[in-house]
Design a protein around this ligand. Structure first.
Ligand code: JAH
Length: 224
C-alpha cells in the first residue's frame, strides 16, 4: 500500500515512522509512506500557506492552492484522499479496515484554524476525525491513521499478535485484562485461574472479564 502525507511539518512524522512496527513495515516495503512539504508547493515569494479568513475573525486559514498543487504533483490513480479534521467521520476499527483494503491513500494535514473548504469540495477529500478534541493540526491524526492501517496489512503482525485484533475488532468488546510475572505484586495477585493451566476455564474467564471491562469502561459498546 502507498500512503502520501501532505503537511507543512513533515518533521512531526519522520521519526515516529522509523520506529517499531511501523518502521519495520516501511523497511520491508509492506507500506510505502511518502512525506511531502506543502510549503514547497507555494509559488509566492514567501511560500505563504495561510491567509486571513474571509468574513473576518481571529486565526488564519490554510490556502487551497499549495494543497491542490501538492496533491496534483502525486500524479493520477485510484486513491482515497483524506483530510484529517475535527469535523470528519469518526475513525473506528471498521473505517481502519476499510482504508486498509485500499491500494493508495493520500492524507492531508491542516494547520491554523482550518483548511479552505474548497479542499474538501474540490480535490475532493473525505474528512476523518480521530476523536472529539482539539489539536493544533492533522499531523498526529495522520500518524494514527498510518499506524492503525499498517497493522492490518498482510505480513506486518505475526500470529502471536494477531489475536489482539479480535479483542476490539470482531466481537466489539474491549480486551480482557492482561497479567505477567510476578504472580504477586505490591499485594495484588494475578487471578488464580490464569495460573491453573485449564485453558477452557481461562478462555471463559477472559470472555467474562472482557464483558465486565466493557460494561464498566465503555457501556456504549454494548448498546444495540
Ligand atoms: C486542528 C487542522 N480529530 C482530531 C483532530 C484532527 C485535526 C485537527 N484537530 C483535531 C486540526 C487544527 C487544524 C486540523
Amino acid at each position: 500500500m502507498r500512503i502520501d502525507v501532505l503537511t507543512i511539518f513533515p518533521g512531526i512524522l519522520g521519526e515516529p515512522l522509523r520506529e517499531s512496527l511501523l518502521g519495520r513495515a516501511i523497511e520491508q516495503g509492506v507500506v510505502d509512506v511518502r512525506l511531502h512539504d506543502i510549503r514547497a508547493f507555494a509559488t509566492d515569494r514567501h511560500h505563504q500557506v495561510d491567509d486571513e479568513a474571509y468574513g473576518g475573525g481571529p486565526g488564519m486559514v490554510m490556502k487551497p492552492e499549495p494543497v491542490f498543487a501538492a496533491v496534483e504533483s502525486l500524479g493520477e490513480g485510484e486513491r482515497r484522499t483524506i483530510l484529517l479534521s475535527p469535523a470528519g467521520r469518526r475513525l473506528d476499527q471498521d473505517l481502519v479496515r476499510e482504508l486498509a483494503a485500499e491500494r493508495w491513500l493520500v492524507l492531508v494535514c491542516g494547520r491554523y484554524e482550518g483548511v479552505d473548504e474548497r479542499v474538501v469540495k474540490g480535490l475532493p477529500a473525505e474528512e476523518v476525525s480521530i476523536g472529539d478534541y482539539v489539536l493544533s493540526g492533522g499531523e498526529v491524526p495522520a500518524l494514527v491513521v498510518v499506524e492503525a492501517v499498517t497493522r492490518l496489512l498482510p505480513g506486518v503482525i505475526g500470529r502471536e499478535e494477531s489475536h489482539q485484533q479480535d479483542s476490539f475488532g470482531h466481537d466489539g468488546l474491549l480486551d480482557h485484562p492482561h497479567y505477567t510475572r510476578p504472580a504477586e505484586f505490591r499485594g495484588m495477585s494475578v487471578p488464580e485461574i490464569l495460573l491453573s493451566g485449564d485453558h477452557a476455564a481461562i478462555e471463559r474467564w477472559r470472555r467474562d472479564a472482557a464483558l465486565e471491562k466493557t460494561r464498566s469502561n465503555r457501556p456504549d459498546l454494548l448498546e444495540p
